[in-house]
Design a protein around this ligand. Sequence first.
Ligand SMILES: [Zn+2]
Length: 265
Amino acid sequence: MKRKARLNQQRPPIPEAVKRAVRQRCFFGCVLCGKPIYDYDHIVDYALVHEHVDVNITLLCPDHHREKTKGLLPIEDIRRANLNPKNKTLGTSLPLKLHYGGERFSIRLGKTYFDTDQLKDGHWMIPLVMDGYPIIAIHYEDDQILLDLRLFDDQFRQVLVIIRNELVFSSDNWDITFEGKTLVLYQKQRDILMVMHLNAPSELWIERANFHVGSKRFIVTADFWKYNQATVSVGRVLAQVGIVIGHANADSPMKGDFPSAVRMG
Ligand SMILES: [Zn+2]
């Protein structure tokens, strides 16, 4: 045990480029079950190989990692899953249940808080509507807060959704990191589509994002929102409908006129 501890101390961290290659090859989830919460696991122990080579590293969720460490999960099963990761066959990540609850909720877009408290059955709040589609919404039902979010890229592909507190992302993104409560989705190298902090039980903080609907793009930065050439900076919003962009079409779920806090284009 002492010897192992000493070896671990000398072990350098896995280089970021290697980690990213592993994440992409494993489709951003445990290769066995697809869960998007995972550890980097050396298929052949680091103590034997003394190097961080991406082909020898795979992603395992904490449960499967424990099973491996306890010797309950044969290495051959891991090798097989590593060649055909679960999320590759699914095309998406395994749904991750978000533990939101209580009677109040904040959605933070950049530095702006969309707040609601004293939630009761049937209450709802929609901070962002684009072309008549609710992009971020919460509603309260059966004593539960339910969060919905839809993120599309500039190719109109739906790359991440949260539906009734279940988060799922497309597994062919360029990169997705999920460390602690922070999820970062990259459309391309150095091209971040969203940075979000899943602050359960009562906050979703979108630090920065590019929300696309059709050819429209709504940008959230740390200091302001941007749409076309217009920038807006707001401190706090208490309204059922927050930002409205574009106009509903025949298929849009939110048609007609409704009051909103901010209208941009
Ligand atoms: Zn797993």
